[in-house]
Structures are given as C-alpha cells and as structure tokens.
Design a protein around this ligand. Structure first.
Ligand SMILES: [Fe+2]
Length: 344
C-alpha cells in the first residue's frame, strides 16, 4: 500500500501498480478551499513529492497546451533550455515551453527511457499532459521505476559501465527525406536547428560533437560523451542512459515486436550492406557496445514497464532520472504535450 502525503491542505492519493510500485496523485479539479495553498506553496508541494517519489499524476480541468504552459509557470516550473540534439521527431513549440510529445507514427513502440539520456546534461523533470485521451481507454503511456531497476541490476553492470561513457553516432537525412530507412529519423536541419553548415559547425563545437557531411547532404554526427549512471540529489546513483536503445540490435528487435516488417527488413539489409547509415552508440574509446548487454538491459526494462491510460486533463510530472517513460503503439487519436524542466 502506497504512502499518502498532505501539504498545505492538499490531499495526495496514489494509483497502485504491480511489483509494489505506485504513482502519487493529486486532484486539482475541485475549486480551491479556504486555506488552500498559494501557487508557490502548491509548486513546492508538487516538486517535493516528485523529488521524493519520482512521479506525480495531477488530475486537472486543463485541456490545451496554453493551459499547461500557464499552470507550469504559475507553480514555478523552470523550463529546460533547449531541445537541440534531441532525437525525437518533434515539431516547434505549441505554447511557451510546451511541445507535442512526438510525431512518431502510432505503430512504433517507444521503449522506456529517461528523456535525452544520450546527452551530457539532461532535463530534471518531464511533464506529460493528456489533451486528448487515447480512444477505448488504451493504456498507451509506459512508466518505469528506475530506482528499483537500478537495485535489481547485477554487479557486473556496475563494474563494467560505472566509469564509462558512450557517444551517440547518428546518420541523419537532409530535410525532405523522411521515407523508407529514414521514416523514423529526424532530419539534421531540425536536429541542429539550422540548415547553415557554418552555424551547425559552431553549435557542434560548443557541444563537443563531430560532424561529417556526405556528398548527398546526409550528416553523420558523433555526439558528446554521456554516462551510464547519473547522480540523483535524493536517491543517489541511478541507471540513466539511452546508449543501448540506439543500437541496431534493439531497433530491429522493436521493429519485429511491433510487427513492422518493412522496417525490420530494411534494418536487416542495412546491418549487412550499409551499417554506417544506421544510428548507433559507441563506447568512449570508439569501440562498439555489446549487443548481448543491450538485449539484457532492454529485457530488464520490459519486465519493469507499467502501462497506464492518461485521461483528458491528466498531467504526469516525472523526475527524469527516477522514472522512465515510453509509449505503446495505439489506434485512433491521442494528443499528449510535453514540457521539460530543471530543478531550482
Ligand atoms: Fe521521451
């Protein structure tokens, strides 16, 4: 049974998940009572629970991206500065510091991950807001408890990866090529935020990236090193990397699991004929990551994946180290907005 919390006349509840996991909840649909907290007190209570418990699901009357933006700024949410370097296919902001969660097609599983855990500095919080629920109550939101995940890792994972870093090596198409092999990849112009190669080189230099364009304007980027474990201010050392998720062995595993046979066939062919055109990650010394380790980590994550159905107005605020998130394939409509934040 989960704990309950009370701050400033706020009553927190919880939804219980398997494996003794739970998500604290707070219902803000009721009009505020006498003695209700100020916006600042509400923000303090919300982020205290998220820092301690890793997550908070807020039920609200909000519906639009602009409502979310206004609410977050009222509770003192500090936006994460930039999505430059992000891999998700994601369009421009839809309101101040609020984005569509992803434009990836609905037939694709997005496995559990901590947001941007393939760069050196990641957001502390990710907020997922349901503007329009998935039809038929499909449980499309995946969440994982990474503190528990870390506790279950065998010693060899700590010994092998604790002091190492990895680098993402990506092969990105120019704008306008978004089919076949590249239907699930961002174009380099959007990823870097410019089509001007000199500007791109300047941005890359600031971030310790190495760029190489092919003759037909594809771009290979070796991104900056990032760790496998990160320190959480309350909970200490937590597994927090997306290195393995980018390996062809995992992308191809996911394509097969989703029944995306065209994607799977293309991956298989490219792995043999043109591996340099696939995204991947390498260790800091340039050596390849171990496919067996990637499958081990991925399957462990699958075992600890919980599925929930966000309803309209639900705002799930996650500590981006303590909780991972993902999305299952779905049918019909679904509209989720996202905001990335930093701790005060
Ligand atoms: Fe994400």
């Amino acid at each position: 049974m989960a704990a309950t919390w009370a701050f400033h006349a706020l009553d927190f509840g919880s939804i219980d998940l398997p494996l003794d996991t739970y998500i604290p909840t707070l219902d803000l649909r009721e009009p505020r009572r006498d003695g209700a907290p100020t916006d600042a007190e509400l923000g303090h209570a919300i982020f205290s629970v998220v820092d301690q418990e890793g997550a908070l699901l807020i039920r609200s009357d909000m519906r639009e991206a602009a409502d979310l933006s206004a609410f977050l700024s009222s509770i003192g949410h500090k936006p994460f500065s930039s999505y430059v370097g992000g891999t998700a296919i994601r369009s421009a902001p839809v309101a101040d510091n609020v984005f569509k969660s992803t434009d990836l097609p609905p037939d694709v599983t997005i496995p559990l991950h901590q947001e941007m855990a393939y760069v050196a500095v990641i957001p502390d919080y990710i907020s997922l807001f349901c503007s329009s629920a998935a039809s038929q109550d499909q449980k499309t939101n995946l969440v994982g408890d990474m503190a528990k995940f870390t506790q279950t890792l065998p010693d060899w994972v700590f010994e092998k990866y604790r002091d190492r870093t990895a680098r993402l090596r990506r092969f990105m198409p120019p704008r306008g090529i978004d089919h076949g092999m590249f239907r699930l990849r961002r174009c380099w112009n959007d990823m870097i935020g410019t089509s001007d190669r000199d500007e791109a080189r300047a941005i890359a230099a600031e971030r310790n990236w190495e760029l190489r364009w092919t003759e037909d304007d594809f771009l290979e980027v070796l991104q900056e090193p990032f760790p496998f474990f990160r320190q959480h201010p309350v909970h200490g050392e937590i597994w927090c990397t997306q290195a393995f998720a980018y390996l062809p062995v995992i992308q191809s595993y996911l394509a097969k699991m989703d029944g995306r046979l065209d994607d799977w066939n293309r991956m298989q062919a490219a792995m043999v004929e043109a591996p340099e055109t696939l995204d991947t990650a390498v260790l800091d010394d340039g050596s390849p990551l171990d496919d067996e380790d990637a499958l081990f980590i991925h399957k462990r994550l699958e075992e600890q994946t919980f599925r929930i159905a966000l309803r309209e107005g639900d705002l799930l605020i996650l500590d981006n180290i303590l909780r991972s998130h993902g999305r299952s394939p779905f049918h019909g409509t679904r509209k989720i907005f996202v905001a990335l934040g930093v701790r005060h």
